[in-house]
Structures are given as C-alpha cells and as structure tokens.
Design a protein around this ligand. Sequence first.
Ligand SMILES: [Zn+2]
Length: 198
Amino acid sequence: MAKLYFRYGAMNSGKSTALLQAAYNYEERGQRVLLAKPEIDTKDAGRISSRLGVSREVDFLIRPNDDVRALFREHRHEGVACLLIDEAQFLTPVQVDDLLRIVVFEGVPALAYGIRTDFRTEAFPGSRRLMELAHSLEELKTICRCGRKALFNARLVEGRFVFDGDQVAIDQLTADSVTYESMCAECYLTESGGRLAV
Ligand SMILES: [Zn+2]
C-alpha cells in the first residue's frame, strides 16, 4: 500500500540531500520518480539543490492555486514509482490533501520534505496539514551551535536576530540580508528573551 511520508526538520537538516538520495535509490533499482516543489521558493527556482553540491531540475513546479493531483497526472509517465516534493512547507493545506489522494487513489507513494515551523516557531500551513495526514512522520536532525538537537529556525537580518516579520522572506528585496540559524529551544529562547510566536 502506498503511503504519504513527511520528512521534516529544521533548516540545514539535509532535507534536499535526503530527497535527492531517495530519488537516486529508486533510480538505481530501475524505477522512475517525479520531482516537484512549490513555486514560492524563488531562491533556486526549478531546481532541487543539496548543500553538498548536487542539484536536479524538478519535473514540475506547484503554484499556490494549482491542483496537484491534476499536475501529477499530467506529468506522470510510465512506471513512476514515487513522487518527491521539496520545500513542502509551502504547499497549501488543500494541496497536501491532494497528495493524500494521489497516494490513495493513484497508488503512488509521496515523500514530502519540509521545515516544520517558521522563524517565530509557528507551523507552516503545509507542514501542519502534513503532520495531520501523513502515514509516516520522520524527523531529519541537525544540531544547534551548542550541540543540542535544533528544533527552530531563528531569522537574522543583517546578522541580527529578529522575531517579527512575514513568514516567508526568501523572495523579498532584502533576501540577501536575511539568513537563518537552526537552534535548540534553549538557545532560541535565550536570543528571543523568552518570546515565542503566541
Ligand atoms: Zn542550542
């Protein structure tokens, strides 16, 4: 039985690397995969790039109003064994519902990779829906500067921590000055002075 998988982690937890490795594993066995990602991620449009230097073009981009099941059917070719989605936090909840329908009705497993929460520690809508629907949840781990497991993604603007702002900053004019640091709860709360999103 096909399943919907959500593999989540903080930034820099190697999600794109894991996705490309999973694609490779399928292809090594002579199976084909489809790669997709939401179009909102403009820093590397149309490609899935690992920080280790490997990069591949996606088969299709998903815009906010797209019907993902229709896109899947349009791009599905003979023998597709798996649908792999990067930056899945940027899917809409409706599109995550589509993923489950693809899995159940088309019988093709879907592996979604994404960040669980934004820089204010709130779940991305797509990630929240994936947490609700996925058959399988798997955490990809990375460590904080202190050596503990990182849970959160603190935002820095020109090197200084900020705890207010839009959920998505990657396509703003200021993109170059915005960076993120994966942090454990202790370090995050130390930097935020105890603040959380709500
Ligand atoms: Zn820490």
